[in-house]
Each structure stands twice: as C-alpha cells, then as structure tokens.
Design a binder for this molecule. Structure first.
Ligand SMILES: [Zn+2]
Length: 239
C-alpha cells in the first residue's frame, strides 16, 4: 500500500502542475494583453497629438491669410476715410473699420492660442515618443518570454496529462477513486502529512492508535473530518 501512497504523491504533484498550467492559460494572455495595451495606448496618444498639431498648423495658416486680407481691406477703408463727404458716410465707414479691427484682433488672439497649442503638441510628441521607445524596450523581453511560455503551454499540459494517465494505471482504482473524490470536493491537497498529531489539511486531532496505524503504512487512512488521505512523514513528526 505504501507504493500507492508514493504514486498518489506523484499524482498530486502532476495535478498541482496541471492546475498551475491551467491558471497560466488565463493569466498569460492577460499579461501579454496588458503589455501590448501599454504600447498601443502610447501609440494612440502620439497619433492624437500629431493630429492636433496638423490641425492647429492648418488653422493657423488659414487665419494668417485671412488676417492679411482683412488688413488690406482695412487699408482700403482708411483711404476711403480721406475722401468722405457726409457725416452719414463717416459713421458707416467708422463702424466698418471698428468691426474689421475687432475681427483682426480676435483672429490674432486665436493665432496666439494655436501657437502655444503647437508648441505643447511638439513637446508632448517628443516626450511620448521617447516614452514609447522606453516602454517598447522594457516590454520586449517580457513579451518574448510570455509568448514563448504561452506557445509551449498546451504541449506542457498534454505532457502532464499523458504522465497522469500512465501513473493512474499503476494505482489501485479504489485509491484513485478516493483521491479524485477529495480533490473534486476540497480542491488543493488531497494527500497530507500528519502535523502535531493532527491532519495537515483540517488540523483535526488524530487518536494515537490511528497515528500508529498510519505510520505502519500498510493501508490507506482518510481523515475522519475532511476525508484527505493521511501519510506519515518523518521530517514533520507527530511528536
Ligand atoms: Zn482532515
């Protein structure tokens, strides 16, 4: 029976590895996505900043052309001022001139705002680009590593599954049954060592007589309380 217990410990180890690998199946793609999102997020920010820069430059150019035309118009009005004949004409022209001046002032104000936006965008793009280079460099190794792990994952799982089915053939069906039942019900460890005269899984005290029997190891004993399979391990001791 001791042989079965040894094999059960091997089985438990394989199942723990399988559990870990199954968790990696979820965890690895999440990690990869996180690192990739970090890069694509920066790339998007750079694109947005560049688009704002282009639009601002375009608007600035258009406004400067308009201001030039407005100023020419203003000169025409001012020349007309010298040949004005009536008060009515004077008032009308003055109103035109004031409106044009206000228009120019507003456009010049807007150009100043655009110029500072352009400066900011250029500064920001530079900063983001160097930031992106850093992140790409930093994530490269990690991504390579994670992608390698991810691509070998299924092969590892298949390998453990194969080992598992080979192993199970050598353990008594009834013992495997107990193992599977507890594993399914409790999860985690099924075979536990006795610690301080108690079950290593649920800490229920075990009578000394039972400890002696387990220590002899000629049959399998389950914990009365949690059903886990109990084994004796000298290094842990029950004393
Ligand atoms: Zn127990």
């Amino acid at each position: 029976m001791q042989r079965d217990l040894e094999l059960l410990l091997d089985l438990q180890e394989i199942d723990d590895e399988l559990g870990e690998l199954e968790r990696s199946k979820i965890y690895l793609p999440e990690m990869i996505q996180k690192l990739e999102t970090e890069i694509s997020g920066l790339e998007k920010e750079i694109e947005e900043s560049k688009a704002t820069l282009q639009n601002s430059l375009k608007e600035q150019k258009a406004l400067e052309l308009e201001i030039e035309t407005d100023k020419q118009q203003l000169e025409i009005y001012q020349r007309q001022m010298r040949v004005i004949k009536t008060n009515k004409e004077y008032d009308a022209l003055t109103a035109e001139i004031d409106a044009k001046k206000l228009d120019i002032a507003e456009k010049e104000e807007r150009v100043l705002t655009l110029m500072s936006t352009i400066d900011e965008c250029q500064e920001k793009s530079k900063e983001l680009s160097s930031n992106l280079d850093e992140v790409k460099e930093g994530n490269k190794e990690q991504l390579k590593n994670l992608n390698e792990q991810s691509s070998s994952l299924q092969a590892k799982i298949n390998d453990r599954m194969e080992k598992r089915s080979q192993l199970i053939k050598n353990i008594k069906r009834q013992v495997v049954g107990i193992y599977e039942r507890v594993r399914k019900g409790k999860g985690g460890l099924v075979v536990v060592t006795i610690r301080k005269r108690a079950c290593g899984g649920c800490f229920k005290q075990i009578p000394p007589q039972r400890i002696q029997e387990i220590r002899r190891g000629d049959r399998i004993f389950s914990c009365d309380s949690c059903g886990r399979i109990l084994i004796w391990a000298d290094e842990n001791g029950a004393e």
